[in-house]
Write a protein of this length. Structure first.
Length: 130
């Protein structure tokens, strides 16, 4: 199948839709290393521990409304671990594996609307094609 991406389909009550998203979450402590947060969130949400993380940059999600800033990583060399969903939205979430080219097509077709996911997948476009 080639290179693929692991996404999470979860219901997002504020927008009334089920969205495809990359794993994401908040630091448990304000001084937690960004890489450790990324690893922990992958373990909790998708049941994989990345052996290697590549920073893809950071973005402000809605600077006209909030100072929220997120950091994006590409995870590789995945090791399977037991998923540990946190909260009802993660318990009801579905793990979705897609070829990277298919995920990029869904971005282009407007099927993936979550901004962090759109930007994260666009960051892979340089490496994996149109």
């Amino acid at each position: 199948m080639g290179e693929e991406v692991i996404l999470i389909a979860q219901d997002r009550i504020p927008v009334g839709e089920r969205l495809l998203e990359i794993p994401a979450g908040k630091r448990d402590k304000t001084d937690e290393l960004l890489e450790l947060t990324a690893i922990r969130e992958c373990e909790e949400e998708i049941g994989y521990r990345p052996g290697r993380l590549t920073p893809l940059g950071s973005i402000y999600t809605t600077p006209g409304f909030s100072d929220e800033r997120i950091w994006l990583f590409k995870g590789e060399d995945l090791e399977s671990v037991p998923a540990r969903p946190q909260g009802p939205e993660e318990v009801m979430a579905e793990i979705v594996r897609l070829p990277i080219t298919e995920a990029l097509r869904r971005v282009d077709d407007g099927e993936i609307l979550d901004v962090k996911t759109v930007i994260g997948l666009h960051s892979l476009r340089r490496e994996f094609g149109p």
